[in-house]
Design a protein around this ligand. Sequence first.
Ligand code: ZN
Length: 430
Amino acid sequence: MCCGAPSGSTRLNAVSHFSAGSFCPRFLCKVWLAAACPAGGRMRFFGCLKKNVYLCIVFIVFIRMENFIVSARKYRPTDFGSVVGQQHITTTLKNAIRSGQLAQAFLFCGPRGVGKTTCARILAKTINCTNLTADTEACNQCESCRSFAEGGSMNIFELDAASHNTVDDIRELTQQVYIPPQTGRYKVYIIDEVHMLSTQAFNAFLKTLEEPPAYAKFILATTEKHKILPTILSRCQVFDFKRIQTEDIVSHLKAIAEKEGVAYEDEALHIIARKAEGGLRDALSTFDQLVSFTRGNLTRQLCNENLNLLDADYYFRLTDYFRNGDLSGALLLYQEVIEKGFEGQHFITGLSEHLRNLMVAIDPATHKLMEMGEALRTRFGQQAAACGLALLLRWLDISSDYEYRYKDAGNKRLFVEVALMKLATAVTNP
Ligand SMILES: [Zn+2]
């Protein structure tokens, strides 16, 4: 980290300079003329019309790419109220700010992409705001808030300990800590991936962390809490960030899809959210990728195809074959799945998951244990009612047994086929 310049704002400044400065119309015209009409200037412009058309397309694509901002950045929450799925933390932080009982050091732990750095930045902005709202949020209008929004605040310092983990990096930081803030009340130091600091760097940091000046606040963030030394842990107020619930991710994606004018099926957003396994940033990057692949039309089928997932339809059909004792139907369906390029392990794990969902679909009280849209839940409920609990349990028993033993099987294909035979004959041979 360079002295005096917050790394976060440096990064943001660099981005805005690049897109605003490098692509002004005058600059583009010059490049265009130089590339398309090297010898005769404008006179030859029409002479090489074809070349101009190609260049035009390249420039448009390039400018569009340049203006594209990933959703995770474009929709990054700017106040506590808009943070997704971490109310237990934002409420505690707001209460601490309101009562003036802020700790000197915080440790934000939790999986990646759940909002640790975002919360750290919001906390830094809020405690420096000179005109807090009644709800203890930053006003977004005072001088301090504006400088945060523009990425020019001198009161926030970010250090990525994954790439800056030496004693010198920490020494550089601790030297700055003793210089009081020129404007605003607090200087906030955010150290990301703090578990990556070397032991010597940790030791160099301890003293400052123990007795910091009143205006200095430290926010340490980590994905691996168990690697943090007890001496550091005991000096910090610890906040555990949760994986974000699928339903919370879905409603966030819905709001973004509506703002961006993206057409979507409810189930498509559930597929994205389930795949992200509680990480909002992962969900947003999959969302961006799929919006681009599907040209802004997120259907369940297109999402499954692009994410290489086996559509739930296969398992619904397969379960019907089992129920009717139709072994040939089950074997032919498996052939279809193999031809699509899916692995046997993937197939059989998906089958167990489908049967598990059917089991919890029997009782409406446990419907909330299924992370999916309403239409699909109803479909599960109907199939579950047709099968009955006893049969489902017998199937689940067989499929989980074969799933467990799959990795040791010699002939994988035959192994799955035997499993299908057992499942399809379970109705008649209890
Ligand atoms: Zn403010």
